[in-house]
Write a protein that binds this ligand. Structure first.
Ligand SMILES: [Zn+2]
Length: 151
């Protein structure tokens, strides 16, 4: 069995193919990211409610429960799907805890470390997992080649 330190670092080979892989990877994570937009929306609603822009009668207990149920469903989906879809297509490993997990109670939103679906590079082998990251890798490569002195 392979050990941790045996992981081969990613090496760029075929930009077109790597872009394709990155696109596919990000597509799978689209709905995992949705949770974070939802939190932003909840944040705005709570803010408005606290500052009396929304009357308590609008944000009643039932609406609040609905918001929380949706929060847990989306949150659980986001965590599980990020773990599964976050597996690197190059080294086939789970991502390390790379981001922030969010918790909400009736009056505050808190952040702790957790998994984030906003993945740019593999935390294990360094492979670029977004289109932007692939571009960056090749830009760096071209710069590196250009500045290499010729013997
Ligand atoms: Zn990897």
């Amino acid at each position: 069995m392979k050990k941790n330190y045996d992981i081969k670092k990613f090496e760029p080979m075929d930009k077109e193919n790597e872009t394709k892989i990155a696109k596919k990877f990000q597509k799978k994570l689209f709905f995992s990211k949705f949770f974070y937009y939802y939190i932003a929306i909840i944040g705005v609603i709570f803010f408005l409610e606290k500052n009396n822009f929304i009357f308590d009668s609008v944000l009643g207990d039932q609406v609040f429960i609905l918001i929380m149920v949706l929060f847990w469903i989306l949150g659980l989906y986001s965590i599980i799907s990020t773990l599964i879809f976050g597996i690197c297509p190059y080294c086939q490993r789970f991502q390390k805890l790379n981001g922030k997990a969010v918790g909400v109670d009736s009056s505050s939103i808190s952040y702790t470390r957790g998994v984030s679906p906003f993945i740019k590079y593999c935390t294990r082998c360094g492979a670029p997992l977004s289109e932007k990251a692939v571009k960056e890798v090749y830009e760096k490569l071209e710069k590196g080649n250009a500045s290499t002195p010729i013997d």
